[in-house]
Write a protein that binds this ligand. Sequence first.
Ligand code: CAA
Length: 403
Amino acid sequence: MLNIRPQLRKLCFARSISSFILPEAHQKLKKICCDFSETKLRTIAAKLDKEQLFPSNQIKELANLGLLGILVDKNYGGSEADALALSVAVEEIAKCCGGTASIVSIHNALYADIINRIGTPQQKEVFLPNFVNGNNVGCFALSEPGSGSDAVNMQTTAIHDGNEWVLNGTKAWVTNGIEGGAIIVIARTNKIIGHKGVSAFLVPTLTPGLTRGKRDDKLGIRAASTCNIILENVRVPYENLLGNVGEGFKIAMSGIDVARIGIASQAIGISQAALNCAVEYAGQRKAFGNPIIKLSAVQQRLAKMVTKIEAARLLTWKAAILKDNGHSFTKAASMAKLAASKAATYITHNCIQILGGMGYVSDMPAERYYRDARITEIYAGPTDIQYFVIADNLAKEYGLKIR
Ligand code: CAA
C-alpha cells in the first residue's frame, strides 16, 4: 500500500481561497478547528465509524473551544459568532470526521441557534448554558415515520391541558437522539389549519413518557446517532412552548435554512478530504511508468473535483454571509446544500475511482468519505426538495407562482 501522508493541512490552507476571502477572525477559527480536527479526530474517525461511537471527550473539547454555541449569545455561554463561523468550523471538522461534523452542525443549527433566536430569557437560561458547555447535546424532531419531506403532514400532537402541554406521537431520524439532553419537538396543536396549526416545544429527554427507539444502523456518519423518539403522554410545562402557538412550522423551516448551510459545509469538508486523498495518491501511484497524475483521464477527474468544491464553498459562504447580514437566505442555503451535497457524491465517487481497489477497502479512508457524503443529499431536505425550494423562490423573484 502507498503511504498517504496523514495530513495536508498546511498545503490546503496555503492554497485555499480562504486566506483571500475570510475575515481574519474566521481564518483564525479555521486554523484552530483544523488543528483540533487533525490532532483529535483524524486518528479516531475510523473507529468511531466502525463501532458507531459518540465522541464524548472530543465533543467536550469542542465545547471548550466555543463550538457548541457558535451562534449563541455570550450571556448564555455562547461564542456569539455567525453562520460563516459555523460553516468554517463544520467544514474543518468534517475533513477528519463526517459524523462528528454532523453532531456539531445539527446541535448548533437546529437546537442552540433556534433557542437563541426564538426562546424567552427563561428558556435560554434552562436550555442553553448546560448544552453549550458540552455537558449535553441538543436535538430537533420534525420528521416522522409517515412524513419527511412533506413535513407539514405530521401526526404528533400537543394538547393544552391546564398549565401543561401533553405530547403524543413518534418522531423519526432525530440526530443526537441517543445522547441528547433536550429536543425541540415540532407538533400539531390544531388538526385543521395546516402549517398554522403547528407549534414548537422544548422537551427534556428525561421527561416521563419519552422513550428512544433503537439506534439506527446507518451507511455513514456513524459517530452521530439517529433514532426515533416516542412520545406517550409526555407532559411539559406551558412555558416550554417555543415562540407562539401556530409558529412551529416557520420556526422549524428557519432552523432548517441554517442547517442547510451546516450540511453544505459538512459536504465540502468531506469533499476536500477526498480530494486531498485522491491527489496524494495520484502523485505517488505509478502506472505505465509514471505517477498516474500524469494521465489525462486522472487530471480531468481532479480538475472537475476541485472546481466543484470551490464553487460549492463560495455558494455556502454566500448563504452564510447573507444570513449574517440580515438578508433572506432560504434560496441561497438550498443552492449551497444542493451544490455541495451533489459535489460530495461526485467527488467521493471519483476519489474511489482514482484509488481503484485501494479506494474500495477500509485500509484507506476513501470508502468512509463515500459513505459519509451520501447523507448530505438526504437530510434537512433531499436534493429534490432543494430543487423545489430554489425554483419556488426563483419564480417569486420573477413575480411568478409555481403552485
Ligand atoms: N423560513 C420561514 N418560513 C418559511 C420558510 C422558511 N425557510 N419556508 C416556508 N415558510 C413558511 C411559508 O412562508 C408559509 O407561511 P405563510 O403561509 O404564512 O406564507 C409556511 O411556512 C408554509 O410554507 P409552504 O407552503 O412553502 O410549506 P409546504 O408544506 O409547501 O412545504 C417544503 C415546503 C419546502 C416542502 C418544506 O416542507 C420542506 O422544506 N420540507 C423538507 C423538510 C426537511 O428538510 N426535513 C428535514 C428535517 S431535519 C432532519 O433531517 C433531522 C435531523 O435531525 C437533521
